[in-house]
Design a binder for this molecule. Structure first.
Ligand SMILES: [Zn+2]
Length: 692
């Protein structure tokens, strides 16, 4: 959740094809609501009885399903995340259908009316067809009218407020060294492709992707009324400008080291490295009442390059760049030719064969821009107080088990242990739904073009937070919406967050046995998120969320040595074709999976002691069901195009390795399934990392 780049790309891809890693959903019968199968934590009929659990446990746990699964045309993946999203989206759809039907009888300022208006204007495909590109023409004219660098900066500010990622990123951030307060955060940005690597890599597939990108820009500009020749010339200049913005940006692996983006500075110091940019005017444009006194400039090298580009790149290059981004940002909500072109380009990354049904695209966008308005209604329909209580008790056991593990670690000094336990003690948790809901009184939505409602919602969000620098951090705020099938750990708030959308079968079932729940919710989610507080990135933040080194140097050295074993282990796995998993990019997630599993296993043992040990269920012991619950929670089938995209973008390893990787390091797993030294699922002792 910390990475704005991933967020932006995921939003673009999800809107057109459902290609958001980890967030996919699916309707099996096209536009009709899916007939949702009852969800469970463990499906014994998905087990491949012909597979050997000690050779390939993922095949054993999920193989019978995988051989039969066909990914539906509109999707890039299928599996648990999509099944759960299917279920959640049906609930959300019923909320939105209600709101849409009765909106005009509701008070103008009511949140439900606004929800209904958002969804209704999005569903109005006939209106979108009639309007073509008309809704954004005033903005395109404003871009054409730019005649100075001052006016350019003004337009950049305006488009950022509407949600566009142009030129750079700005927004309030938690102060890395004073986590109780916000500061002004400047970050690198402005790219149309999902990562800086796509601009600088020189292999054949990156080359052909850049050719496709130029074609895509050309097509959108042509649809907007330019001649093909003019559009192509502009597209090349846009790629050239974005390439200059991409070159100085940190790689995803470099960004995993928090100190790489830690550059506190005053506005005067920032002025000194960016003399061609009038930040006072910018702050005024974006509605910041006083220029932020304290800044963090995540990537000074990027801003120094941006300064040169603002000063010296032709104004016309910047204008065509903004023009493209304005069109691209709205394309999913314009007439069919724009929608189709956007989808066509997204297919390069997702492999999806057809567009998602409109209701799903509209539902996801509504959730994206006004999601918290949906949360309350979703909760009323689909999450019980009992479910929240049971989920919390699993999480409590996980916390206790992690504390016990820390105390027993043989590689860590007492001093560092003490700090780790304080961090654990102070780690916050949010389960189910927010205690305070966002106030949407100032949000505007009208019955006109949906593309403009999206811009209004982004502007509402911008204004809601823009004057935060200097203020106390809002500790009640959530970073994802309630129906989302995801969870996160935020190191700057030292808290883990589990929305109701993720606390449902197949990850958690209040009626299921402890072993299934501790394997799935405990291992894949609660133990995993908690361990993020202590992974290669999270460990640099203290109990209060401040970026500070609380480790004894010898403990840091030992941690790094063991973490390197995890890097090496995952580097050795194939992601797709000849491409290997990036062990460094996925290190935090792999540490979290491994530590989360060990912790959840201990937590299960506590629960079994407390609640009594059941006999075998469906032919499996509690320990076996624990590992099955974990493995089945990562049941997944992904198209090759998306798997290739994930090598560059996704800090998570492919699900197969998220199962087999950590399990082959765990003695309790070998014991549960009778695996012997030398079996592929039992790694040699010297290779097994000892971290959490
Ligand atoms: Zn994670």
């Amino acid at each position: 959740m910390k990475n704005a780049h991933i967020g932006a790309v995921v939003a673009i891809l999800a809107a057109v094809s459902g290609a958001a890693p980890g967030l996919e959903a699916q309707s099996r019968n096209g536009d009709a609501p899916a007939s949702v199968v009852p969800l469970k934590v463990i499906y014994v009929n998905y087990i491949n009885r012909k597979a050997n659990a000690c050779v390939d446990f993922n095949d054993f746990a999920n193989g019978a399903w995988l051989t039969k699964d066909v990914i539906p045309a509109a999707y890039s993946t299928s599996g648990v995340a999509r099944d759960m999203s299917d279920r959640n989206e049906l609930v959300v759809r019923s909320v939105l259908d209600d709101a849409m039907a009765k909106r005009k009888s509701l008070p103008v300022q009511s949140t439900e009316r606004k929800l209904g208006t958002f969804y209704a204007t999005c569903m109005d495909s006939a209106g979108a067809e009639r309007a073509g590109i008309a809704s954004i023409e005033p903005e395109l004219r404003a871009i054409s009218a730019i005649t100075s660098k001052t006016a350019l900066l003004h337009q950049i500010a305006r488009m950022q407020m509407h949600g566009a990622d142009v030129a750079f990123g700005y927004g309030p951030d938690v102060d890395p060294h004073d986590a109780a307060h916000y500061l002004g955060g400047f970050g690198a940005g402005g790219l149309g492709l999902p990562d800086r690597d796509y601009y600088v890599k020189t292999d054949p597939s990156s080359d052909s992707l850049r050719v496709a990108y130029v074609d895509h820009i050309t097509k959108l500009l042509t649809l907007a009324g330019e001649s093909e020749a003019q559009a192509r010339g502009e597209a090349k200049r846009i790629l050239a400008l974005e390439t200059e913005l991409a070159k100085p940006q940190l790689t995803r692996v470099e960004r995993r080291e928090p100190s790489a983006s830690d550059h506190p500075m005053t506005l005067a110091a920032f002025h000194a490295i960016t003399p061609s940019i009038d930040w006072d005017a910018y702050f005024k444009d974006v509605g910041a009442s006083t220029a932020a006194a304290k800044l963090n400039v995540a990537e000074p090298k990027f801003f120094s390059r941006l300064n040169t580009l603002i000063a010296s790149a032709p104004l016309d290059d910047w204008k065509v760049y903004l023009r493209y981004h304005e069109i691209q940002g709205a394309a999913s909500w314009l007439s069919t030719p724009f929608v189709n072109e956007n989808f066509k380009f997204s297919q390069k990354f997702s492999g999806a064969k057809q567009l998602l049904p409109r209701w799903k695209r509209c539902l996801r966008e509504t959730d994206q821009v006004v999601g918290e308005a949906l949360g309350q209604a979703y909760i009323a329909k689909s999450f019980s107080p009992q479910a929240r209580t049971r989920a919390k008790s699993v999480i409590d056991d996980i916390r206790a088990a992690f504390g016990e593990r820390v105390k027993k670690l043989d590689w860590m000094s007492a001093k560092t242990k003490q700090q780790a336990l304080i961090k654990l003690e102070r780690m916050g948790e949010k389960v189910g739904y927010p205690d305070t809901w966002r106030d949407y009184t100032k949000l505007e939505a009208d019955e006109g073009a949906f593309a403009l409602n999206v811009q209004r919602a982004n502007e509402f969000e911008w204004k809601r937070t823009i004057n935060r620098p200097g203020l106390a951090v809002d500790t009640t705020e959530w970073g994802i919406t309630v129906p989302t099938v995801n969870a996160y750990y935020n190191p700057q708030k030292n808290e883990m967050v589990f929305p109701a959308g993720a606390l449902a079968p197949q990850t958690f079932d209040p009626k299921a046995d402890d072993a299934a729940n501790y394997g799935a919710l405990g291992g894949s989610w609660a133990g995993h998120e908690l361990t993020h507080g202590f992974d290669d990135e999270g460990r640099h933040f203290d109990a209060a969320g401040n970026l500070t080194d609380w480790w004894q140097p010898s403990d840091s050295a030992k941690f790094s040595k063991e973490a390197q074993k995890v890097v090496d282990q995952f580097n050795s796995y194939i992601q797709i074709d000849t491409l290997h998993v990036n062990g460094k990019l996925t290190l935090g997630e792999n540490i979290a999976d491994y530590g989360g599993l060990l912790t959840a296993y201990d937590a299960l043992q506590r629960a079994l002691k407390r609640n009594g040990r059941p006999g075998s269920i469906e032919g499996f012991t509690p320990e076996q069901r624990f590992f099955l619950g974990y493995a089945q929670s990562w049941r997944n089938h992904t198209r090759p195009e998306e798997m290739r995209t994930r090598v560059t973008l996704d800090p998570h390893a492919p699900e197969k390795w998220r199962v087999n990787g950590p399990l082959s390091n765990i003695a309790a797993f070998a014991a549960a399934f009778g695996c012997k030294p030398g079996d592929p699922m039992v790694r040699a002792a010297a290779l097994v990392p000892h971290i959490w």
